[in-house]
Design a protein around this ligand. Structure first.
Ligand code: KIV
Length: 270
């Protein structure tokens, strides 16, 4: 049996992450519960408690109905499981529409969970919100490009950065968000050329998802990368494990053994 050795031994902070830009790729993954977070502890620099949990954990069509209470509950679970990664709280849809609301909600995040930063979706139109949060001592990750919280207003998930004008717009977004105090720019669903332009333009780290191999770090949603989420598979998702197949085989074996009165056997009985 192999002995598992954690790769990371010290608590990862946002300043650790800032120093990694251009030097060592940052590894980030989502988690929504303590069990999984514990397995990721010591393996990844960052854990995102993403509002994607509304789809994979709760079985909803999109992320829009996630609530502050739900996100706080799951972030507390992740905090209980993982001690070393820098944990990021994904602000749900509608929780940061004004500076006052964003500050009140993000204050709750710092007071009720161990998250070190909050993530909000939006381009330069959200710079005021980023500034209000960072001026109040709350670290922000700005999520640009394809923004899942815009799925209904935009009529689907649309890849960005396909032409010069859009690449320029994304770079402008990133620069304004950085100037407003964003600690990290997360870039989702953009052509690699656009992600490269953004990464080169800003001095804070960039983390990509579906943005090619050009950003300072990568993030994947755990249920996508481990093959549990079967509703659809975006092109950028790589399966590192066939989770759904493994669970189906496990449940089938259990069922067969119970039906055949093979389980529990003497070894598993008092
Ligand atoms: O909610 C989430 O998991 C996210 C990732 C797609 C970055 O925002």
């Amino acid at each position: 049996m192999s002995i598992h050795t954690p790769k990371i031994e010290k608590k990862v902070t946002l300043s650790t992450i800032a120093k990694m830009k251009g030097k060592e790729p940052i590894v980030m993954v989502t988690a929504y519960d303590a069990l999984l977070a514990k397995l990721f502890d010591g393996e990844v620099e960052m854990i995102l408690v993403g509002d994607s949990l509304n789809m994979s954990f709760l079985g909803k069509e999109d992320t829009l109905s996630a609530t502050m209470d739900q996100m706080i509950y799951h972030t507390q679970a992740v905090c209980n499981g993982a001690k070393l990664p820098c944990i990021v709280f994904d602000m749900p849809f509608g929780s940061y529409t004004t500076a006052e609301l964003a500050i009140a909600n993000a204050t709750r995040v710092y007071q009720e969970t161990c998250a070190q930063a909050v993530k909000i979706e939006g381009g330069k139109e959200k710079a005021d919100i980023v500034r209000a949060l960072s001026d109040n001592g709350i670290a922000v990750i700005a999520h640009i490009g394809l923004m899942p919280q815009h799925v209904r207003s935009e009529g689907g998930y649309k890849v960005r950065g396909k032409d010069e004008a859009d690449i320029k717009a994304l770079v402008e977004d990133a620069l304004e968000l950085e100037a407003a105090g964003a600690a990290i720019i997360l870039v989702e669903g953009v052509k690699a050329e656009a992600a490269k332009a953004v990464t080169e333009a800003v001095s804070v780290p960039t983390i990509g998802i579906g943005a090619g191999n050009v950003t300072d770090g990568q993030v994947l949603v755990w249920s996508d990368m481990f093959g549990f989420f079967e509703a659809f598979k975006p092109k950028f998702v790589k399966h590192y494990f066939d989770g759904a197949k493994a669970i189906r085989e496990g449940i089938e074996t259990y069922r067969n053994e119970v039906k055949a009165r093979e389980f529990p056997d003497d070894e598993h009985s008092y």
